[in-house]
Design a protein around this ligand. Structure first.
Ligand SMILES: [Zn+2]
Length: 121
């Protein structure tokens, strides 16, 4: 599975972002994952914990928002979410379509960080 390499990429990105912003660690990572991305969310959650170990993202919570697959219909122009992934048809008029406008995403929506407490002299 490719979840571990994805998780490592996410951890690297958020840990770098935290350090670049002077934060001590990452407390929460929100991902948007399209249902056509091929990512197994439970596997990604597990891989994230493994990849985050020993980084600024260690112990961070991971929230995954699953995005439905949206197709564009060439006949009636509707952008509609598919009810089932085995049936690529316009939800409005039934025309077969493979024009996917959403569903392949894997992106970091936002992160929350903990800023380092200032050392007392
Ligand atoms: Zn249509």
């Amino acid at each position: 599975m490719h979840e571990l390499s994805l998780a490592q990429a996410v951890v690297g990105t958020v840990a770098d972002a935290a350090v670049a912003n002077g934060a001590a660690r990452v407390s929460l990572v929100r991902l948007r994952v399209g249902m056509l991305s091929g990512v197994v969310c439970s596997a990604l959650e597990f891989a994230f914990d493994v990849a985050a170990d020993g980084t600024a993202a260690e112990g961070a919570r991971l929230e995954i928002e699953a995005l439905p697959v949206v197709v564009h219909c060439p006949t009636c122009g509707t952008d509609g979410a598919l009810a089932e992934l085995t049936r690529f048809r316009c939800p409005a008029c039934g025309t077969p379509t493979a024009e996917v406008v959403q569903g392949r995403e894997l992106e970091i929506a936002s992160i929350e960080v903990v800023v380092a407490e200032e050392a007392t002299p």
